[in-house]
Design a protein around this ligand. Structure first.
Ligand code: ADP
Ligand code: MG
Length: 391
């Protein structure tokens, strides 16, 4: 497989799509990957630790400059072409899917781009990242557009800053109160490594995964139950965490450890306590996973993945029956560990599986989902891949 994974497969298609819509070939093609979060769920906005990796599913952006101040954006995902003048670019004027790419253009202005001086652009977008599956098609589109505009507008922003640009677009233009994890993975990923990110300092280290050498593959099980982080549960969980931190007298849950659990149990109501316990124990699991990957390799991390799922299901209460079934079926059919991944309320689970057990597990999943009357999951393996860039 080429280093860029599936993006190479759709590059020609994207260039053609651009030409069909805008009438001339693009000036360049940029892309950014989706991500799988190996472990560290709902820890990012608590200023804790995460361990995601970029996957070989990418969002590809074809770009052509314009000689006026207009931004036009089209996607294979949607029928209409969205258009706005750079002079009118404010978060409240952006809506639907185009709030992601146009929000990035606005956010670049917040990070120093002079939007009155840069030229307009036409953008056309296609993706092999499943949308709304918890693999962060949102960060993939943001990061692809961010690197493209950073190049053509010659902004010279570094990758950690571009991650903050994407997050600002998602928070303010889309209205989803998500953390910095997804954009960091999409921008900082490298083949066969996870990005160990401290979401307070924003310092990151690459951690070798070594799945192939250990005879393992990472199977994504997309339940087809879609989620929406701009509404409901995600924001509610975030508010609980903020309340828990305030009542415990710390700036963020990151500042609490396992030793603080007895006091948390006394101070907090039972629901908030369980939310807080998830975050505290999940941060510890990320640290333990990094240590085990470095000392013993991926065969040693299965139990941490399993425990993470239990914590998300029982303490954080963001799993759904389809995700639980995917995880349980994987565990009963040879996976060394499995958990839901992403923000929850739907989306995908991941299972770390010996390579020769993948097809048996896929059959078992199909059977189990049919038996429960759930629609068939989509399953595919992913490999840790390179981050956003040109081509
Ligand atoms: P996830 O990040 O888990 O895939 P989100 O709800 O965070 O799910 O982001 C999905 C949304 O991002 C879509 O509903 C759409 O608005 C936008 N989006 C993602 N990829 C594309 C794309 N290729 N073209 C247009 N919009 C996209
Ligand atoms: Mg998302």
């Amino acid at each position: 497989m080429p280093a860029n994974g599936n993006s190479l497969d759709i590059r020609d298609e994207v260039a053609q799509g651009f030409e069909d819509i805008f009438g001339s070939p693009p000036a360049g093609i940029w892309s950014a990957p989706g991500r799988v979060n190996l472990i560290g769920e709902h820890t990012d906005y608590n200023q804790g630790f995460v361990l995601p990796f970029a996957i070989n599913r990418r969002t590809v952006v074809a770009l052509g400059p314009r000689d006026d101040g207009i931004l036009r954006v089209a996607s294979a995902f949607a029928d209409e072409v969205a258009e706005i003048s750079l002079a009118d670019l404010t978060p409240d004027r952006l809506q639907d899917w185009s709030a992601y790419p146009l929000g990035v253009a606005w956010a670049l202005g917040q990070f120093g781009a002079d939007l009155a001086a840069v030229p307009g652009v036409d953008l056309y977008i296609e993706s092999t990242v499943p949308v709304g599956a918890g693999l962060s098609s949102s960060a993939a589109i943001e990061s692809a557009v961010a690197v493209a505009l950073n190049d053509v507008w010659r902004l010279g922003l570094d990758r950690p800053t571009l991650a903050r640009v994407g997050q600002l677009a998602e928070n303010k233009a889309v209205g989803a109160p998500t953390g910095i994890m997804d954009q960091s993975a999409s921008l900082l990923g490298t083949p066969d490594h996870a990005v160990f990110l401290d979401c307070r300092s924003l310092q990151s280290e690459l951690v070798e995964l070594g799945f192939t050498r250990a005879g393992l593959e990472l199977l994504v099980i997309d339940t087809d139950v879609s989620h929406d982080h701009a509404t409901g549960g995600y924001a509610e969980r975030r508010a609980s965490c903020e309340m828990g931190a305030m009542l415990m007298g710390v700036p963020a849950l990151r500042d609490l450890g396992i030793v603080d659990l007895p006091r948390a149990r006394e101070v907090l109501d039972h629901e908030t306590y369980r939310r807080v316990r998830h975050v505290i124990t999940e941060n510890q699991r990320v640290l333990d996973t990094v240590r085990l990957l470095r000392s013993e390799g991926p065969l040693a991390i299965g139990e941490l993945l399993d425990t993470s799922h239990v914590s998300l299901r029982d303490d954080f209460e963001i799993s759904v029956p389809e995700l639980d079934l995917a995880v349980e079926t994987a565990q009963a059919n040879g996976a060394i560990g499995a958990r839901m991944t992403g923000g929850g309320f739907g989306g995908a689970a991941i299972a770390l599986v010996p390579t020769d057990g993948i097809s048996r597990l896929q059959v078992a999943l199909d059977g189990a989902f049919a038996e429960h009357g759930f629609s068939q999951p989509t399953t595919f393996t992913v490999v840790a891949s390179g981050g956003a860039g040109r081509n």
